[in-house]
Design a binder for this molecule. Sequence first.
Ligand code: GSH
Length: 221
Amino acid sequence: MASLTLYGAEPAPFVRKVRLTLAFKGLDYTQVPVFPFSPDKPQTFVDNSPTGKIPLFQIDDNFITDSDVIIAFLEREYPNNSLLPADNILAARALWFNQYASSTIVSSLGGHLFVEMFLAKAFFNREPIQADIDLALNEEIPSIFTYLETELSDDYLVGNEFTLADLSVGAMFVFLKHCKVDCDASKWPKVAAYIDRVHSLPIFAKVIAEEIAAFKAMGVM
Ligand SMILES: N[C@@H](CCC(=O)N[C@@H](CS)C(=O)NCC(=O)O)C(=O)O
């Protein structure tokens, strides 16, 4: 068994995606906390990260970066508990939701909501931008919920099984939990039930509990 090390820290959503993938596949790994904006980064990270972004992943003496590349590697290397359906159309649909989560959803829930509510003061030493929070709450999040409400017909987003789509969308929705923003079940009943369903899965429940503990230890919550 190769030695696996993940460089990166909570609350980074792309680190969260990799942690969930490792948990889904039942893989043991070591996590080295790295904060990209800190001046004190481990030398191994500095020497092997081409962009300085987290996550960085080490397999024995090999390094790869970018959450999607890391997940693609883990899919090929550990094909049991696959995150992609065998059917090519369903796999493409799962990849699309992963892409949507890592662009549209993260920019709203991560960039506009979580960063402003929790990190602006604690990490960036500035006042939160209320206009960004309002934009997320009043426009972006309702639009994301409305889109997903039309896409959900089963328990999960693709082919009624847990896939990369749910791992990625669920990972970004963890920000809603941290920010205590609920999905209004009277407006988006399928999405509200979906969020509860995905976040109740053991891999999510564990990551959410660990993140809350880490934020409290950092004094962010
Ligand atoms: N496409 C990359 C994005 C990684 C990324 O943007 N990470 C953020 C933290 S969530 C980061 O390290 N930002 C520091 C920077 O932009 O310098 C991935 O999926 O891993």
